[in-house]
Design a protein around this ligand. Structure first.
Ligand code: UT7
Length: 332
């Protein structure tokens, strides 16, 4: 019998109801709808209500993925949550998700790889399923970034939004010469750029005190241009690596489900990959940059509206703080 591979059995998402438009932001900081739209492609984003915590959104997305797959939470072997905006510094947000879903005593842990967090989680889940050590693994990407943004910093507050997306992975055993499931994953990091996108305060390097709070050291600080420069190059190479490892070329790709950080980045990646932008699942205009949540949110939208169908070849890629990035090839 062939060894198991991992396959996406269900997808889900949760977006908070509250919408914050570019025009609303232009009343808060010195910006404009024209600047944000032209430089990023973002028109609006979602903001979580005061009573909502990260694990609420993650559990809602996870529940939707389990329901689509018809698998009860009691059958989960593992929960992996990609997030940099946890409920609390300790323990992992994944254990609150486990609690809210009513899963059993299974390994549940967070992955801190910022915007690449979902892809890191997908890759880890894939390895556990391939080795036969796990059966059903819930992988969630979730961020409540609105609570770690400096709402007076126009360079960052216009970019990000809140949300959650999830996939349920389960085992499949070969199906001839066109196997479905996760074909390949490729992960990378380069710590040389660790301070280009950072929340500097609140850890052991800079425990928060009154001065730190006053200087917003507990909020996101970003050198956008530095990240932009490497994003196009690294996303293109990671995607190419994943495609080659998965046995696909540009013409085989039905959909690119990429991290939604900037429409200009995705346009440049599309041209370098020779995959037309029409084959990218795009929702940055409605949700902004939701970091680790952006790939699974986009995937769930495209699955539920019928764009992504069984047998389609998908390419995923993401890059963010760390900098950490990666690519994946998946046959849905
Ligand atoms: O998902 C995590 C990974 N993150 C990314 O991938 C983000 C990558 N970086 C980017 O997407 C872009 O660098 C940004 C969208 C963040 C910024 O776009 P940019 O074209 O690189 O703009 P810039 O930083 O070079 O700023 C250009 C000008 C500056 O003014 P001066 O110095 O030319 O007078 C900024 O002060 O735009 C100004 N600016 C703004 N103006 C209006 C910066 N933010 C804003 C704003 N509204 N919100």
């Amino acid at each position: 019998m062939n060894p198991p591979r991992s396959r996406i059995l269900g997808t889900g998402r949760f977006l908070p109801e509250q919408v914050r438009t570019n025009d609303q932001l232009a009343r808060m900081v010195d910006t404009s709808d024209a600047w944000i739209t032209e430089r990023t492609g973002i028109k609006e984003r979602r903001i979580a209500g005061d009573g909502t915590v990260t694990s609420d959104m993650a559990a809602a997305a996870g529940r939707a993925a389990l329901e689509m797959a018809g698998v009860p939470a009691s059958k989960l072997s593992m929960i992996i949550v990609g997030t940099v905006t946890p409920d609390v510094p300790m323990p992992a947000t994944a254990v609150f998700v486990q609690q809210k879903l009513g899963a059993g005593a299974i390994p549940s842990f967070d992955v801190s790889a910022a915007c690449a967090g979902f892809l890191y989680g997908l890759s880890i889940a894939d390895q556990f399923i391939r080795s036969g050590q796990a059966e059903y693994v819930l992988v969630v990407g979730v961020e409540l970034l609105s609570r770690v943004l400096d709402w007076s910093d126009r360079a960052t507050c216009v970019l990000f939004g809140d949300g959650a997306g999830a996939v349920l992975l389960g085992p499949t055993r070969g199906d001839g010469d066109r196997p479905s499931g996760v074909l390949s994953t490729r992960l990378y990091s380069d710590g040389a750029l660790a301070d280009a996108l950072v929340i500097p305060g609140g850890g052991t390097r800079e425990p928060l005190d009154a001065e730190g709070l006053a200087n917003k050291r507990n909020k996101v600080h970003m050198s956008g241009q530095e990240i932009f420069k490497v994003a196009v190059k690294n996303l293109t190479s990671a995607t190419t690596d994943a495609m080659v490892a998965g046995g696909l070329d540009g013409a085989d790709v039905d959909w690119v489900v990429a991290h939604q950080a900037n429409l200009r980045i995705l346009t440049q990646v599309a041209s370098r990959l020779s995959v037309p932008l029409e084959r990218f699942v795009l929702n940055i205009d409605r949700y902004g940059n939701t970091s680790s949540a952006s790939i699974p949110i986009a995937l769930d939208e495209a699955v539920r509206d019928g764009r992504v169908r069984e047998g389609h070849n998908l390419i995923m890629c993401a890059l963010g703080a760390g900098i950490s990035w990666g690519g994946a090839a998946v046959r849905f």
